[in-house]
Design a binder for this molecule. Structure first.
Ligand code: CA
Ligand code: CA
Length: 481
């Protein structure tokens, strides 16, 4: 996919129409691999001489003879010619998309004969041609065009859900990671009455919200955000909301009075005192000062004012080990203007915060939050002073007394840790290292009366064993030798 493939071929080539190659042609190719499948064409190529696409990278060790070439799927916007200089077989494509098209593709087969093995075989290939993006480039998923795909890119889709406009030639499939992050040329979406461009407040055309390029803005475009999440294109610009409002307060409330290792932490997300501005979605980033190995879940109860039994799309993205972003948009284009709890955060407290114990707290911090209203003018970044964090004390990791009906055997000879119990309903057994990583974790069936953990492959040192029962979490420090 380099420009070297795009150099025009000005020599007076012998062109032979496709499928009518009469003469044989030696290809001095060592391997059967075909050149890059993707070509980018600049606007200066359009309407000019045909572009040339070398079929093979050649060297002088080959033993192949090209006996025929056939077109399986013709290009949509032109015809294809084949020329064989015997050394460098070329496909000639008169690339003339005009202004209406930005993408084309075709598929062909090479019929080859190997003079050493005396075998014939067929190699097929699909060629994609993209017009190089020179104006109104769309990086799929970066709907707010700030240089990065993140949770904030969900919000423009919330404003425009269901809107339709000019589709692009190339529609990205949701599973297609190979083609998902190519800048796409796009025609502006225009107002059908005035022919003026349809833009957001900052002059970003609506076409950027059509992440997959199919001409409609819907949940498929959120799936492209999923596909490209975190990808960057150049410098990231700070997102500036067009208006500010000091009357919103966004809070997180931890429900646990204290937490210790193994506990499930529950916290509520709440919009405490909304103004009369109706709300149709929000995005926020929540950070936590303890390790979480992907147990954190943010849910939006159907009874919350933000959902209110309407159709919604919500997402949760893990940004770093201690940071998660979430977004929710109402897709019925009907904002709601109430307030209160709208989301629930849960995660398992795994971090043991080595050497700190008693005085340490678990902190949940809302790093950034944006609320959207009924239209593109109603975007509010919640100011830092209007975002309330919460924290809760982490109780120490001292050993919990072991109930008489549970026994723990840590055998250094065969490196087996065995836990036996009766009567007590053990629900889960987990072993953590002192960095808070779960080394072993097992849910226990009610019929089970013992559990073994192999310590063979674990480094010497201190570990924490957590036995979760219906009544309590039993925490034991263990030395592994
Ligand atoms: Ca973005
Ligand atoms: Ca779309």
């Amino acid at each position: 996919m380099t420009n070297k493939h795009l150099q025009r071929f000005y020599l007076a080539c012998i062109k032979v129409a496709l499928l009518t190659i009469g003469s044989y042609c030696n290809i001095y190719a060592q391997t059967f691999s075909i050149n890059d499948d993707t070509f980018f064409v600049s606007s200066s190529d359009i309407g000019g001489n045909p572009i040339s696409l070398p079929v093979f990278d050649n060297d002088d060790l080959g033993t192949l003879i090209l006996s025929d070439i056939s077109l399986i799927v013709p290009p949509q916007h032109g015809t294809l010619d084949f020329s064989c200089y015997c050394v460098t077989p070329m496909l000639y494509y008169p690339f003339d998309f005009g202004t209406a098209h930005t993408f084309d593709f075709f598929m062909y087969e090479l019929h080859l004969y190997d003079t050493i093995s005396q075998q014939t075989f067929i190699v097929s290939n699909i060629v994609f041609l993209f017009m190089e993006c020179e104006n109104e480039c769309i990086w799929p998923g970066d709907t707010d065009r700030n240089g990065v795909v993140d949770v904030w890119d969900m919000l423009p889709i919330g404003f425009l859900y269901g809107a339709v406009g000019m589709p692009r030639d190339f529609v990205i499939m949701e599973f297609d990671t190979a083609w998902s992050w190519i800048p796409q040329s796009s025609q502006l979406w225009l107002d059908i009455n005035t022919s003026n461009p349809l833009t957001f407040y900052d002059q970003i055309n609506f076409s950027h919200a059509d992440c997959n390029g199919d001409g409609i803005i819907n949940d498929s475009d959120i799936n492209i955000i999923d596909l490209n999440y975190g990808k960057q294109n150049g410098d990231i610009e700070t997102y500036n909301a067009p208006i500010s409002d000091n009357n919103f307060t966004l809070s997180v409330y931890i429900q646990n009075e204290t937490v210790s290792i193994g506990d499930t932490v529950t916290a509520l997300l709440s919009l405490d005192n909304p103004t009369q501005m109706p709300i149709s979605g929000l995005a926020l980033t929540l950070s936590h000062n303890v390790v979480d190995s992907n147990t954190l879940q943010i849910t939006y109860p159907s009874t919350s004012f933000l959902v209110d039994n309407a159709n919604i799309i919500s997402r949760q993205y893990r940004d770093t080990e201690s940071k998660v972003s979430t977004g929710i948009i109402r897709t019925n284009l009907q904002p709601t203007n109430s307030g209160g709890v709208f989301g629930v955060v849960t995660f398992v407290m795994e971090d043991v915060l080595e050497g700190k114990n008693e005085q340490v707290s678990l902190d949940l911090h809302i790093e950034k939050a944006t609320i959207i209203g009924s239209n593109q003018e109603a975007i509010i970044n919640i100011a830092p002073q209007d975002r309330n964090d919460d924290s809760v004390q982490i109780v120490g990791i001292s050993n919990t007394p072991i109930p008489h009906n549970i026994s723990i055997q840590n055998n250094p000879i065969d490196h087996q840790l065995t836990i036996n119990w009766n009567e007590q309903a053990v629900q889960q057994i987990a072993l953590y290292d002192m960095n808070g990583r779960a080394i072993a974790q097992q849910n226990i069936a009610s019929s089970q009366k013992n559990h073994q953990i192999s310590l063979h492959n674990h480094a010497k040192g201190m570990y924490l064993l957590v036995i979760k029962t219906a009544q309590q979490n039993i925490v034991q420090k263990l030395m592994v030798f």
